[in-house]
Design a binder for this molecule. Sequence first.
Ligand code: SF4
Ligand code: SF4
Length: 395
Amino acid sequence: MIYNEFHGKKLSRLGFGCMRFKTDETGEIDLAKVKEMFKKALEGGVNYFDTAYTYVNTKSELAIAEALKDVPRESYFLADKFPGHTLPGPVDNGELFEVQLKKCGTDYFDFYLLHNVNEWSMKVYGSDEYHVIPDIVKKKEEGKIRHFGFSFHGSCELLESFLDAHPGMFDFVQIQCNYLDWTLQDAKRKYDIITSRGLGVWVMEPCRGGKLANLMEEHSVRLKEAGNGGSDASYAFRFVQGLPGIKMILSGMNEPEQVEDNLATFETYRPLSQEETDVLMQIAEEMKKGVPCTGCRYCCDGCPMGLDIPYLLDCYNSIKVQASVPSFMRIDALDEDKRPGACIGCGQCACACPQGIDVPSVLAELDKLWKEGPKWSELSKGRRESIKQVLGIEE
Ligand code: SF4
Ligand code: SF4
């Protein structure tokens, strides 16, 4: 196992993401499999386990506690996340935090994150009424959190403003980073923003939810010809391993074979050759869908509806590659008169666009995709109910 030094801690470069545990038909986690995977991971040198209140329908924390109960607490690092994006309303944040400690069978978290900071969840994290950040800072002062950070799914502008608003508060930021999102979701710029402030970069979705672990055959063959074997996933991991600011690479493992393959990739550091990097970048370009918006904003000044056109096109491009809940949440976050459906089709933007993008048509398609897409308020209903239940909140 290769390791990283972070604030005096020796972190395995591979972290065990606990969001994809397999469940049976009743929704229960296959605990025997979790134990088998954890045993392999620990034997292979993994010492970081990452969970969240919401993972696996709020059951991941309990499964971790059970699977790690016989492992000395000081021999591994545990990360958990505050479900600010899922709260039923302002709650007793401190009490909810204590519930998480109890579920995980521990009295401290080595790493604790605000879960899913984005434009939508800023309604909670940025709100005095919800009072989340001061309450979590209090837990850190009490010694129940060693390092404080946040996972992030928003724009570069929000990342900068959020960090600027909380100088010195966070030690690390978890972002979606892989060779496809390096340019598609501006992961490179986010990496630069985080590292330029001296903070650690934590990586989630290094294989983009499995997409980069199972490439189309043509891409997979090209990659193997450029390199010397190895799984598709191994190239995705080696890409992020090569970025020195990345201190943790999380993989949501759910099969023992996947654990074995990942352990083999993290046994030694084998930097990508220039040829391998070039092929990865070509594959990323070929996987991209959507429109070639450069974010120049020439279209924005003349928009009679005041729409943030590059923001909307960025959401569109993400959704076209892979429709994910965070991408839809970024549209949910907007006021109705700033969503794609507010476009009146005047065409001013299309005339101004040096890339020749037919913005009104794209926004009409985005409006349709968003209306048909998943709604966070519906998806998170069960989790909000669970929080009410554990905190004894009556209607
Ligand atoms: S077509 Fe839509 S997005 Fe473009 S300028 Fe007109 S209202 Fe704005
Ligand atoms: S003018 Fe074209 S490329 Fe520039 S931000 Fe607008 S849509 Fe994007």
